[in-house]
Every structure is written in C-alpha cells, then in structure tokens.
Design a protein around this ligand. Structure first.
Ligand code: MGD
Ligand code: MGD
Ligand code: MO
Length: 856
C-alpha cells in the first residue's frame, strides 16, 4: 500500500450484535488510519435488475429501497469510538487483588489497576479457572456473555468464552432476559400465544398499512431515535412516506420524542406506565358505545365476557370510564373518547419499535396484553388493522415474517459464529436475578428460562439456583458484557454483588474502560471490529438482504485482541487451543461462514471474495403473501394461535391453571398501580417523598452503554448538559412548570433520588416533557461518587427497582418508577467526597482511562 492512497473495506456497523443487525458501510482508510465511514452503494458491483428491487405502490405513490445502504447515523461517527481515549491499552490487574493472598473484593470499583502482560493475564485466568472449577464444580463460573454490541461473527462480540467453558466441563450462563419486550413476553404471550411484538406475524405489513390503514398509533415508539444505532434510516423514510400518502400519525408517550417531533399529527401525553388505565378506558368506550367487532369477538376470542365485566366495573364495582382513567394517566377524558372513536371508525394499526418503556416497567405484563385485547376488539388482522414493528426487520425467527418483501434466501453466518446461542447449559440465572443469586445465602427460584423465543408453556416451569443436579454456587465471573450496572434493574445492588467475598475472581474483556470493568480483577483489552477481518450479513435494515466479507481496516490498537483471540490465549494455557479453534484460521472461519450461509449455490467463494458482497434478489411473488394476522382473521380454525384455545384469550386459561392465586398477573389483564412487588405509582403514599415519575428511554445519543464517549455527540445539547463545574452531565428533561416550583434553571446540576440512591444530571427545561414527569436517557457510563449509593454521570439504572416485573415474572423494571428531584450544590458534594471528584476527566470523553491505571 502506497502512502497517501485510500483503501476501502466493507464493514457491518450496527449494535444488535450476534453477527446480524449489520448495516453495510464502507470504511475509507489512509496511511493506517480510518478516514471516514459512509454508505455502501449496492450498485457498485450489482445491477438493479440482479437485485430485483421491490416496490410498494399505494395511493398513487411508490416506496422502494435505495441503491445505497441506509446506515444508522451512529455508524458514521464510529471512528470516534475506535480512537476513544477510553480504550483499554493493555491487560490490567487490580492492584490489591492477590490470588495467592488477600483478594480484597470490597475494593472492587475503588482500587486502581496495574499493567501486566498478555502472558501473565492468560496464565492467571487459566489457573483461576482450574482452581475454582476443581474446588466448587464446573458451574461455579458465571459467563456473562449476552448483550448487544458490535456485529461480529468470528470475533464475538459476546460468548466466545462459553465455547471454552464447555470444553472445561460446563459453566453457568446469565440468561438474557427478553429485555426489549418484557410486557409482551410475560403478558401478551398469554393472549395471542406468540412472542413479542414483531416476532409473530409480520408478513407484508408495510404494504398492508400503505394500502389500508388510515391511522397509525405510535404507542411508546420513537422511530427516529431507536433506529440510529439499529436498523438504520429506513424507518424514518417509511414514516415520511406514510404521512405523504395521507395516513395520520398519532403519538402516545410522555415526551415529544424525536419521532413525534417530526412526524406526529397529534401528540397524546400519557403519564409513564399508566397506559393500562388508558387502554381500559378505550375498551370501556367501545363497549358502552357498541363500537367493537362483535363478530370477531365471537369467532376469534375467548373469555371476552369476563374482561367486559371487569371493564364495566361489574367485577370490582369500579367502571373503567374515561373520567376514571384521566385522573390516573393524565389524558383528558374527552381525548380518550375521541381517540377511541377515531380508532373504531378508521383502520388503525399500532406501531412499535419494541414498545417503549412501559413494557419494561412494573407490571408491564398488563399493558402488554391489554394492547392485544384492544387490537382484537377491532378485528386484529382485518386490512389495515395490525401491529407493526419498525425496527429489527429480520431478527431471530422473524425471517419469514419481516414486513419487507419475502426474501428468497435468508443469509446467516452461523458457520463462522463464536458467540452464545441462546441455549442453556445445566445451570443458568436470569440476568435480572444475578445480584440476588450472589447476595442471598439460600437458593432462589423463578419461572421460565426468561429467554426470548421460548414457548409460552416455559413460563410455567419453575427453575432453581443452585440447580438441583450438578449445580453449584458461582465463585468466578467471566464477562464480555460489562454494563450490568448501567443497563439492568437496580445497578447499585449489582455493585454490592460484585464486591461480595463469594466472588473470588472477576475477569472482564472489553474494548473500553467503563462500567462493570471497574469491578474486575483482571481486564483484557479487546479491539473493535474495524481492527479485524470477519464475515457478516444484513437481514435487518429493511432494504435488501445481503452478505459481505469484512476486511481489516486498521491494525489492532495498542495491545488489544479480538474477543475470540483473547479466549484463544487462555485456551493455549489450558492446552485446549486446537480443540477450541477446531484447527481453523480466521480465513478458514470466513470460508466456513460463507459455505453455511445459504448463498454458496448462488455465487462462488472466489467471486464473493472478489466483489466482497452478494446482494440477494427479492423473491418473485412477494406481494401475494397474506399480511400480518390476516390468515388468522380470515380462517381462525385453519390458522389457530398458540394459545390453549387457539384463540385470542382475553381470559388467559394458562395463567388460570398455573397461577390461580397470583394477584399481580391474573387471568384477565388489569390496572395494577401498586402491589406486593412494587409501589412505584403516584397513587401510592411513597410518592409524597418521591413525587415524579421517571422516563428512562433508550438513549438518543447512545446505544445503551455504547458510544457515551463520542466527542461529536457530546457537544449536542440534548446529549450532554455542561454544568457550571465543566462536567458534562446527562440531561434531565423537566417541564417549565415543575422547574419553576423546584427553583431549577436550565443547566443547573440536579439529582434524581429514591431509597436506592441518587444520580446527578443537568437540567434541560422543556415543554417536550409533560408536567410531573422527568426524563433521563439510560446507559450513561457510571462515575461513582459512593459506589453502590451515588453516581455523577446519570446512570439512572443504578436506582431503578431491584424487584422484577412481578412475583412470577422475572422481567426487568427500568423505567416509570418514582424519584425525587432536587437542585444540587456541587461544591458541597465535592467537599464531602474529594477523592471521587478528583478523578481525571475530559469533557470530550468523560472519565479517562488514566484515572484508573497506576502510572497510566
Ligand atoms: N433504564 C432503562 N434500562 C434499560 C432499558 C430501558 O428502556 N431503560 N432497556 C433495556 C433493553 S431493551 C436492553 S436490550 C438492555 C441493553 O443491555 P445490553 O445489551 O447489555 O447493553 P449494550 O450496551 O448494548 O451492550 C453490552 C455491552 O457490550 C459491550 N460491547 C459492545 N461490543 C463489544 C465487543 O465487541 N466485545 C465486547 N467484549 N464487548 C462489547 C458494550 O460496550 C456494553 O458494555 O438495556 C435494558 N435496560
Ligand atoms: N438510539 C438508540 N436506538 C436503539 C437502542 C438504543 O439504545 N439507542 N436500543 C435498541 C433496543 S435494544 C431496543 S429494545 C429498541 C427499543 O425500542 P423502544 O422500546 O421503542 O424504545 P424506548 O426508547 O424504550 O421507547 C420509545 C418511546 O416510548 C415512549 N415512552 C416511554 N415511556 C412510556 C410510557 O410509559 N408509556 C408510553 N405510552 N410511552 C412511553 C417514549 O416516548 C420513548 O421515546 O431500540 C433499539 N434502538
Ligand atoms: Mo432491547
């Protein structure tokens, strides 16, 4: 390569992970440095007639894919993450962790790290693995190996260690919760038998909506934000087009989110996690005004009468009128009635990305299943009346059901993939229950594997930790997903667990020094995908399915290696290198990935490598596939649902059979403001002390824990608010009415608090958030003031409820809970905790690595 010459590589850049969810991009490299990242022009190597682009024609207009990839906007800034000053440069060991002497678990998150060599790190890990497994049994090692991240196949991003642990005789896995869709999983699944939104029946819905819908209800949906790191810009284009062809967009959410700001014809503000009351009042209006589909209820549903009795107040003496709901949810009763009437009169489809925070709040099973009940009351599957998913087209088993035209081939990279596969070894712990499992001395139990895609019946099976035959307590953690603290429910509790003396060794592999990494004993420096060669597919972006080879753009930075290579180092020390790698080189793995991808009969490997990508043409006749639930709508007997009755169950027969006494998830969906598990409602006396409901959305300027240190974003005022002390605080949106009452001004440093601790933020005063509600995105890099108690960066998951969705539902609760809000005197805090505030800080990148490395 001559100096000054530009070299270009295709890379899949998205953050879903698992080797899918990539949006193909091109990376220009000059003199060994990344120059820029830009879309891939599909027509560089393929002619449109080879790709057979689909076209949706409706109301005199046409919607079709573009000839370039619609990459997520975050991708374009990714070089800032690659070159972040927070990259972990070399292997590190916690200074006061001595495997031969004092381990000082209580100092995790407090003490600093020293540099060690790869050789020493791998040797220490191998030794500890052998010691822990021979002392306590194979299951005593917990693999935290789930999570989203860079879309890698050969190199990770999550679960490379599980392959090696299997060779060592077993491990415990942290089972990935159905995080994105808890409410659908624990609730709706018992009504329509299928997994969450979009994982059911989604065939040809874009076409159905374009042809038949008159109203789109964006219910807890922000199609402009949740696509920025995910499926790219197609959702945005589609929303503009739906407006262009005359479909009305109504947004139901506590904030004028970024989608509402540009697409909404109407915004209906609703208080966080009060959707169930609003939904019940809509049902009430339809029942009392006789505007629901009685024929459909008769032939397609089960248990409507019991539901109607509850709605009308015959069961509990409390009719769920619009007036009743208005008090609870903040939507005026006239608006509720108007919404109900419009919905009944005009073909309405509900649009989600994954459902918004109310499917991840206390008792989220209830609004989740109430939505399906409402859809059923208007004839689910009738033309224009469906539930439409706006991201992740093509995830998991949705492949046949994606709303863009039926693909001819669904390419995959299974043959090259090294990550965890959503299978469970002998012992597992749901992610939400990991702190409890560590902190409690007695065994714990729960229902269901908690893994997305598992059948409804699995929720009736009770599991246990430590598992009965061959299980054991965990004593070591090996994580490649070090963001439990800032992404899950009750992070402060996880901090306590990570400091437990039961956990003798914590090894973490990660590219950046952040979040749970600070609690490790050994840290391995991982590189980004731009530093490695790989193979990837795009089945996700709603354009064309395609598969591509990913070239190595730059040399690995510092001493970093890929997740896979890092595990290889440990495997070598254990004498398992050949077995772990199956004797294959990276080139061999790429070939294996190609050969099993499903396209090998279409293009030779040589041609694939020469062109670097293969575009899969759209299947002929895709328009004929029936839309969404219309097969069920048209012939319910021929196409039954996977519920016990095969019908939509207003009265869930499975719940009646297995949990007859569960007050928090009864056979009929209910409005549950508070109960045994949660008291997170304005109707509960706790709200006197903590009078605000917090909305903690998926971050506009991050993907969860990813990207918090991207310089280009941090200068945007909804990304960070610069405090008077120069620190970049995570914004807290406060309505002007509340701000005045609290004496808070724009830019003030504030704290959000409850019994579980407090986090700071920077006040952003705006009418885009409704009164009584504050909004702070989730996922900020933690910056502890007192570990386990307080945090400066605004990592609000630290203070969200530790209790799961409800007693028998092990889901996360991460939004829509109670907090107090107050202005903070930062100088007072600084005087109180001088050490915490003395850490090295760069406003462009947050806390810097050197503040954690001795001699760094
Ligand atoms: N408050 C609040 N909390 C929520 C939610 C909410 O709505 N509100 N939503 C929930 C939802 S839906 C989800 S999906 C979860 C997300 O939770 P996770 O999926 O756990 O979070 P991520 O930050 O996407 O990714 C996990 C970690 O992987 C790291 N990573 C990325 N690429 C690589 C790699 O190549 N190698 C290694 N070793 N590490 C890598 C990231 O830096 C990050 O630390 O959060 C949940 N938490
Ligand atoms: N930029 C970015 N994009 C992402 C992600 C990310 O972290 N960052 N994460 C990805 C992942 S893993 C997932 S699961 C999806 C999530 O996709 P979603 O579940 O759709 O995302 P959320 O941000 O949780 O919620 C969307 C909107 O719901 C509204 N909302 C919040 N609380 C309530 C409530 O109580 N009631 C009602 N009616 N509305 C409410 C807010 O307006 C919010 O903007 O996004 C994906 N895309
Ligand atoms: Mo998610």
């Amino acid at each position: 390569m001559e100096k000054g010459q530009i070299q270009t590589h295709i890379k899949g850049l998205g953050w879903c992970g698992f080797g899918i969810g990539s949006n193909s991009a091109e990376v220009d490299v000059k003199d060994g440095k990344i120059l820029r990242i830009r879309p891939l022009h599909f027509d560089k190597e393929y002619k449109p007639e080879e790709m057979k682009p689909w076209k949706i024609k409706a109301r005199g207009k046409v919607f079709e894919p573009t000839m370039k990839s619609l990459i997520p906007p975050f991708s374009m800034a990714y070089k800032k993450r690659v070159y972040s000053p927070n990259r972990i440069p070399y292997p590190l060991k916690r200074v006061d962790w001595d495997p031969e002497g004092e381990r000082n678990p209580q100092n995790r998150g407090k003490s600093k790290f020293v540099r060690i060599s790869w050789d020493e790190a791998a040797e220490l890990i191998a030794k500890e693995l052998k010691r822990v497994q021979s002392t306590y049994g194979p299951c005593s090692v917990l693999a935290q190996a789930d999570g989203h991240g860079e879309t890698k196949a050969i190199h990770g991003p999550h679960g490379c260690q599980t392959g090696l642990l299997e060779l060592l005789g077993g491990y415990t896995v942290q089972a990935r919760n159905p995080d994105s869709w808890e409410g659908w999983y624990w609730g709706a699944k018992h009504v329509w038998g299928q997994d969450p939104v979009g994982q059911g029946t989604q065939t040809n819905l874009w076409k159905d909506v374009a042809d038949n819908s008159e109203i789109l209800l964006f219910w807890g949906c922000d199609p402009e934000t949740t696509t920025w790191g995910w499926s790219g810009q197609q959702a945005s284009r589609l929303c503009y087009w739906f407006t262009e062809i005359g479909i009305k967009s109504i947004y139901v959410c506590p904030d004028v989110n970024y989608g509402a700001a540009v697409h909404a014809d109407k915004w209906i503000p609703v208080r966080p996690n009060t959707d169930a009351a609003l939904q019940l009042a809509i049902a009430y209006t339809w029942i009392t005004e006789n505007t629901y589909d009685k024929g459909f209820i008769e032939t397609h549903t089960h248990g409507f009468n019991q539901f109607a009795d509850y709605v009308l107040g015959k069961e509990d003496g409390l009719p769920k009128t619009p007036g009743w709901a208005a008090e609870i949810c903040g939507v005026p009763s006239r608006t509720i009635k108007a919404l109900a009437r419009e919905w009944a009169a005009r073909a309405t489809t509900i649009v989600h990305c994954n459902g918004g925070s109310y499917v991840r709040a206390a008792y989220s099973s209830e609004p989740g299943r109430l939505e399906v009940c409402l859809l059923a009351m208007q004839g689910l599957g009738k033309p224009g009346r469906n539930q439409l998913k706006m991201i992740e087209w093509g995830l998991f088993n949705m492949f046949d059901q994606i709303p863009h035209p039926r693909p001819e081939i669904l390419p995959n990279v299974e043959g090259a993939y090294h990550g965890w596969y959503f299978t469970i070894p002998k012992q597992f712990i749901p992610k939400t229950l990991v702190p409890e499992a560590i902190l409690r001395d007695e065994p714990i139990t729960w229902y269901g594997t908690t893994i997305a895609g598992f059948p409804r019946e699995d929720q009736f099976i009770q599991y246990k930790y430590p598992a009965d035959d061959g299980g054991s307590e965990i004593h070591m953690i090996w994580s490649d997903t070090p963001c439990w603290t800032t992404c899950w429910s009750g992070g402060n509790n996880m901090i306590k667990a990570l400091r437990s003396p039961k956990i003798e060794f914590v090894v973490i592999q990660h590219p950046w020094l952040e979040n749970d990494c600070l609690f490790a004993d050994i840290i391995l420096p991982i590189n980004t995908k731009l530093e490695e060669q790989d193979i990837s597919v795009d089945v996700f972006s709603g354009q064309f399915n395609h598969i591509f080879h990913e070239g190595q753009c730059i040399e690995p930075l510092y001493e970093s290696k890929s997740d896979y290579e890092a595990v290889c180092e440990v495997a070598k020390k254990l004498g398992l290198y050949e077995e772990y790698t199956k004797g294959k080189s990276i080139e061999d793995w790429i070939k294996a990935g190609f050969e099993t991808s499903g396209v090998a009969h279409k293009i030779s490997y040589e041609e694939f490598r020469e062109k670097d990508y293969y575009m899969i043409p759209t299947a002929e006749g895709w328009e004929e596939d029936q839309a969404g639930f219309s097969p069920f709508y048209n012939e319910p007997e021929v196409n039954p649902l996977q519920t016990p009755t095969g019908k939509i169950e207003f009265y869930a027969t499975g719940l009646e059979e297995f949990f007859p006494d569960d007050k928090e998830r009864q056979p009929i969906p209910k409005w549950i403001p508070f109960g045994e598990s949660h008291q997170e409602s304005l109707l509960h006396p706790r709200s006197e002390k903590y009078p605000f409901l917090i909305v903690s959305n998926h971050p506009r300027w991050r993907v969860h824990a990813n990207l918090d240190d991207v310089t280009w974003f941090r200068e945007i005022e909804t990304c960070k608010v610069k405090g008077a002390d120069g620190y970049m605080y995570e914004p807290v949106w406060i309505n002007p009415v509340d701000a005045e009452e609290l004496g808070i001004h724009k830019g003030d440093i504030v704290k959000l608090f409850n019994e579980r601790g407090y986090v700071l933020g920077g006040a952003y005063i705006t009418e885009r958030i409704m009164p009584g509600v504050v909004y702070q995105d989730h996922g900020a890099r933690i910056d502890m003031i007192v570990p386990g108690e307080s945090d400066r960066s605004g990592a609000n998951n630290l203070i969200c409820p530790t209790m799961t969705t409800s007693k028998n539902c092990a889901g996360e609760v991460t939004s829509g809970y109670l907090v107090g809000v107050a202005k903070v005197d930062i100088n007072e805090l600084k005087a109180q905790y001088p050490e915490a505030f003395a850490k090295k800080y760069d406003p462009n990148a947050g806390l810097v690595v050197d503040s954690w490395i001795i001699g760094g």
